[in-house]
Design a protein around this ligand. Structure first.
Ligand code: DGL
Length: 265
């Protein structure tokens, strides 16, 4: 019987858990290693060369240590820069996370779409090329948030996060004259994997209802397509959670739902 695959999920912090949750749903049999590069968090505040120089060798070390069958870069800020480098360097299969501009523009009725990401992601040439190729007549507003990834980390760590701080970061996404403006923004791309962790707050604080586009289900489908079908045997080794800072984590109970109920070691 084929042994279950090992899937390594990587992000700058806890945001990739929003992607992990969907992948675990698609492949509950797999062995999971989640790596948070918290020693270098937040990626949104680093320059492009710094991120490439950090992530490419680090992923090489993680491949050598964990021998994954597939690596998911569950971070837009990194994926918009490093995927070609990783594929050129290492033989493992990779899946990245990039802003879901194409499906968002295809489904917008008002033709006004906002892309909410880190300041790094919204500045990328990669993101601008997606807009050039896939805007499909939509007016696309790029919103770079300096704080939301850190606020999501704080909230997941049980720290009280003030609504006003979240509202201030969301406000530039909402373009139009309010509920009665037929041309107002109706679709927002969650272009940072940390943001779905704040989804309840986003829905509650939005000045009017919009469709929030989270790419995680599509990423999980892509992962499932790339792996061999489940062989019937499930992972018994338990999930692993690694922080590059080496700090011990006290979040295990809070993290269980993301790991399909398993307590990450
Ligand atoms: N989770 C990351 C992303 O998807 C970024 C957070 C950060 O490190 O700034 O872009």
């Amino acid at each position: 019987m084929a042994s279950p695959p090992t899937i390594l999920v990587f992000d700058s912090g806890l945001g990739g858990l929003s992607v992990l949750r969907e992948i675990v749903g698609a492949r509950p049999d797999a062995h999971y290693v989640y790596v948070a590069d918290d020693a270098f968090f937040p990626y949104g505040h680093h320059g492009e060369h710094q991120i490439i120089a950090r992530v490419v060798p680090l992923i090489g070390e993680l491949i050598a240590a964990h021998a994954p069958d597939l690596v998911v870069i569950a971070c837009n800020t990194a994926s918009t820069l490093v995927m070609a480098h990783l594929r050129a360097e290492y033989k493992v299969s990779f899946v990245g996370t990039v802003p879901a501009i194409k499906p968002a523009c295809a489904s917008s009725k008002t033709k006004r779409v906002s892309v909410l990401g880190t300041r790094g992601t919204v500045k990328r040439e990669y993101t601008k090329a997606l807009i050039r190729d896939f805007a499909q007549g939509c007016e696309v507003t790029l919103v770079g948030s300096a704080q939301l990834a850190s606020l999501a980390e704080a909230a997941l760590n049980g720290v009280e996060v003030n609504d006003l701080k979240i509202s201030a970061e969301l406000a530039p996404c909402f373009v139009g004259e309010g509920k009665n403006d037929l041309a107002r923004t109706d679709t927002i791309v969650l272009a940072c994997t940390h943001y779905p962790l704040l989804m309840d707050r986003f829905s509650r604080l939005a000045p009017w209802p919009v469709d929030w586009i989270d790419p995680a289900p599509a990423i999980a489908r892509r992962v499932a397509d790339l792996l061999k079908a489940p062989g019937g045997e499930a992972d018994h080794a338990g999930a692993e959670m690694i922080f590059t800072s080496g700090r011990p984590h006290t979040l295990s109970r809070a993290l269980m739902p993301f790991f399909g109920g398993r307590v990450p070691a």
